[in-house]
Design a protein around this ligand. Structure first.
Ligand SMILES: [Zn+2]
Ligand SMILES: [Zn+2]
Length: 275
């Protein structure tokens, strides 16, 4: 039904990570997350998690980093030497910084942290982001009832992750889902999540041969794309995080054709593309 380009081992690792995150979420004191869904700020595109007071328990965060390390080493033994020094680098102050920087997608900070400490570049941000997600997911659960739609271009209304995944539910209703915090919100069937364009002449759908459940929705106005998956055909509904991973071939196709995960409204973009 779908062609996955991700190896079975990597899929299994991701599944194990999702299970860890589910467990971690249960160990967070729900009272430590106090949303403040300010309507004006949210309608200006501020992610709800940025308006939430989250009292992070640093000891838990540090323990989770250890658990991810252990899981990574179990799945990919070659990583043992690469991950060996991490725990000694992490104190309370660094952990707080990691949480802040992961929250705001600060790849530059993590790249320089990796560089300064002789780590492979992907490691610090991957660990911080993986641990942070449990808090984001619990925040999304607490605030989901307030979330009906998103501001075009602002990404996920809860965590700010660029919008990239929609599922078609009953009667073809399009629901955007966030693989990072698992929030969901409604969108019009013909509507660009990046620039709000809803003109059917400049929104196109790319289909993949042999994959009847997936489409790539592309926008000629901003050159952004999202993946649209018809999960009505699925026997069991995968979590948005697994769905995102299992449809990574669609990202390759979209990007090969010049579309971007984050749209960029440009003046005269349709003309400059020769359309
Ligand atoms: Zn999100
Ligand atoms: Zn657009």
């Amino acid at each position: 039904m779908k062609k996955s380009v991700v190896s079975k081992e990597y899929q299994n690792l991701q599944k194990d990570i999702l299970t860890l995150q589910e467990n971690w979420k249960k160990s967070i004191d729900s009272e430590s997350i106090i949303p403040n869904p300010d309507k004006a700020a949210m309608s200006a595109g501020v992610p709800a998690a940025a308006l939430t007071s989250i009292n992070f328990k640093i000891t838990l965060f540090l323990q989770w980093i250890e658990e991810i390390n252990a899981l990574l080493i179990k799945s990919i033994p070659e990583l043992e030497s690469k991950l060996a020094g991490i725990s000694t680098l992490l104190n309370e102050e660094t952990a707080i910084r990691w949480i802040d920087e992961a929250f705001s997608f600060n790849s530059i900070y993590f790249a320089s942290f990796a560089d300064e400490n002789g780590l492979e570049e992907w490691i610090p941000q991957f660990l911080a982001e993986t641990a942070l997600r449990s808090y984001l997911q619990l925040t999304a659960e607490k605030i989901q009832h307030e979330i009906t739609h998103a501001v075009p271009g602002a990404g996920c209304p809860v965590c700010g992750e660029p919008a990239r995944l929609a599922v078609l539910e009953d009667e073809g209703k399009k629901v955007m889902t966030c693989p990072r915090c698992l929030a969901h919100w409604n969108a019009k069937r013909i509507e660009c999540a990046h620039c709000g364009n809803d003109d059917h002449n400049t929104i196109q759908f790319i289909t993949i041969e042999g994959d009847t459940s997936s489409q790539i929705q592309v926008c000629e106005k901003c050159t952004g794309y999202i993946k649209v998956i018809d999960t009505r055909q699925y026997l069991s509904k995968p979590s948005p995080a697994m769905l995102d991973l299992n449809t990574i071939h669609l990202d390759f196709v979209a990007q090969e054709q010049g579309y971007q995960a984050v749209g960029e409204p440009k003046s005269g973009s349709a003309l400059s593309r020769g359309l």
